[in-house]
Ligand binder design. Structure first.
Ligand SMILES: Cc1ncc(COP(=O)(O)O)c(C=O)c1O
Length: 393
């Protein structure tokens, strides 16, 4: 079949299965109220959990950095792209989360490719939670080690795989907070198992950094652990920090190895200094304004108590990610469109992002949502119209 016809057939199949993706065009800043394709919505699909993407201090830091340093970093970190902003924010991150050292990556995706590629070879193994983010799975796919997946949050399965393994070294890799489910990984148990088997635990805390733990340091803090010893933490900066990029934090020996050998660190342009300055300002706010986390937790509690007694399949999540399962892609789209008609934006998450038969509305809450906005959402979710959609799914 000619190449173009093959692609067209692929598109048709995706459309037929209700899986065709469209990009909504957002105007104005990222906020709990957004203008999409010219219409106003209350936004419940952003990962800007603490409302920092449009915070005046974060904007001011980015603008000041642009004025002082221009727009681009000019080169990769090992050439001349590593500015004093990068150096300072790496120290700031390490200090905030209590790690020996941190390294900035241009994206979380790149950080998650870097770790297995750098630390694992042919005789090694990587274990991944079945519901891990695509970037962690791709990290496992593109490295030389043998990759195995274990059932979601099943630490017994990890123990068995490690016990049966003849691999030279093993890395266990998990989301901290699972991006499409809101569940929290059993990091304490995983760490104990990794200790017993001389393995390294990688916690990708893209959705936990800034919001989990007493001080917002993330899932490790929540479990009274540190990014130290055999634990490495990945944090992304485009979510609760409202900025862009990512970091890996842990003992200096690991971070130095990444600087020396990580291909997705070495062979790419460093983040622009303005983005790094924005991150620095955002982390200052996270560290000094626990009231944002408190408000977020109050919003989560309001949302859950309003939905809990309905017939909707609300996932068991204490985090800002509050998915409602519909199962079929068609019903999930109908639910999302019903909300949109009523001025509320919640994205429909469908396969292949989630397993077939588990399409869902992924509701994300922010500390900036008002109680009235949450009441509007829960009112629509528990309405008769929504009930009808849920029943046919
Ligand atoms: C769990 C998780 N890890 C990594 C990433 C990738 O991070 P980035 O957007 O910085 O590439 C994401 C989402 O973007 C994510 O949800």
């Amino acid at each position: 079949m000619p190449w173009r016809d093959e692609l067209a057939a692929q598109h048709e199949a995706r459309k037929r299965d209700q899986l065709w993706r469209r990009r909504s065009v957002v105007s104005g800043p990222q906020s709990v109220e957004v203008s999409v394709d010219g219409q106003q919505f209350v936004n419940f699909c952003s990962n800007d959990y603490l409302g920092l993407a449009n915070h005046p201090d974060v904007i001011a830091a980015a603008v000041a950095a642009i004025r002082q340093r221009g727009t681009g970093s000019g080169a990769s970190h090992l050439i001349c792209g590593h500015s004093d902003d990068h150096q300072q924010v790496e120290h700031q991150i390490a200090e905030f989360i209590g790690a020996e050292k941190a390294i900035l990556f241009s994206t979380g995706y790149m950080a998650n490719l870097a770790i297995p590629q750098t630390f694992l070879g042919h005789d090694d193994m990587i274990l991944l939670d079945r519901l891990n983010h695509a970037s962690l799975i791709d990290g496992g796919r593109y490295c030389e080690a043998k990759m195995k997946r274990y059932a979601h949050c099943d630490s017994d399965a990890v123990e068995k795989l490690l016990g049966d393994s003849e691999a030279r070294r093993t890395l266990v890799s998990t989301d901290g907070v699972f991006s499409m489910d809101g569940t929290v990984a059993p990091v304490k148990k995983l760490k104990t198992i990794c200790d017993q088997h001389d393995s390294v635990l990688v916690v990708d805390d893209a959705h936990g950094f800034g919001v989990m733990g007493d001080c917002g340091k993330g899932t490790l803090e929540d479990a009274q652990l540190n990014a130290a010893g055999n634990v490495l933490m990945v944090g992304t900066l485009g979510k609760s920090a409202g900025s862009f990029g990512a970091f890996v934090a842990g003992d200096a020996i690991y971070i130095e190895t990444l600087i020396q050998f990580a291909r997705t660190y070495i062979y790419t342009t460093a983040l622009p200094p303005s983005v790094v300055a924005a991150t620095g300002a955002a982390i200052k706010i996270i560290a000094s304004q626990p009231e944002r986390q408190e408000k977020l937790n109050a919003n989560i509690a309001q949302f859950r108590s309003a939905i809990m007694d309905s017939d909707l399949q609300l996932c068991d999540s204490s985090t800002p990610i509050q998915p409602i399962l519909f199962g079929s892609a068609e019903a999930t789209i109908q639910a999302s469109e019903f909300l949109k008609r009523n001025g509320v934006w919640v994205s429909a998450i469908r396969p292949p992002t989630v397993p077939v038969g588990s399409a869902r509305l992924r509701i994300t809450l922010s500390s900036d949502h008002t109680s009235q906005q949450i009441a509007k959402l829960t009112g629509l979710l528990t309405s008769d119209e929504m009930n009808k959609i849920a029943i046919i799914s």
